[in-house]
Ligand binder design. Structure first.
Ligand code: HEC
Length: 126
């Protein structure tokens, strides 16, 4: 019994040290490295881009104090909220969905990578 408990405790403390509630190899978390230069998922932490905390279902262009482009405000008028389908289109080609957006990201072409990323973003909502 003792050695088994010891291994469990070691595993838990290693996970806590890594600060990773999900497996370190989560493909969505890995895909987020392409966004990380400009975005954080911590609530309220706008950097170059707005915080993406709880982005799935969130109203578009709604971070108070963040200066969105006219393009993103127009998208908000048209679409209202981010859902998974709209996020998928935006991440694939931001300029196509919001022409003139200040998000200078050329787009993530791989649908599998986008799906993993959106699933991971959906969990960054606690
Ligand atoms: C070079 C910096 C940069 C990168 C890289 C980048 N973004 Fe952005 N992002 C921005 C900026 C700037 C805005 C604000 C756009 C505007 O106002 O037109 C934005 C806006 C957004 C929004 C709208 C948020 C809201 O509050 O409505 C989403 C969603 C988003 N980005 C997702 C992503 C994802 C996912 C990635 C990675 C695949 C990514 N971005 C990569 C800079 C970036």
């Amino acid at each position: 019994m003792r050695p088994v408990l010891g291994v469990g405790a070691l595993f838990l403390s290693a996970a806590a040290l890594a600060g990773a509630p999900e497996p370190a190899g989560d493909p969505g978390r890995i895909a987020f490295q392409k966004c990380y230069a400009c975005h954080d998922v911590t609530p309220g932490n706008d950097v170059a881009g707005p915080s993406l905390h709880a982005i799935v279902g969130r109203p578009i262009a709604a971070r108070p104090g963040y200066e969105y482009s006219a393009a993103l405000r127009a998208l908000a008028e048209r679409e209202g909220r981010w859902n998974e389908a709209l996020l998928d289109r935006f991440i694939a080609d931001p300029e196509a969905v919001a022409p003139g957006t200040s998000m200078t990201f050329t787009g993530m072409r791989d649908p599998r990578e986008r799906a993993d990323l959106i699933a991971w973003l959906g969990r960054q909502s606690e």
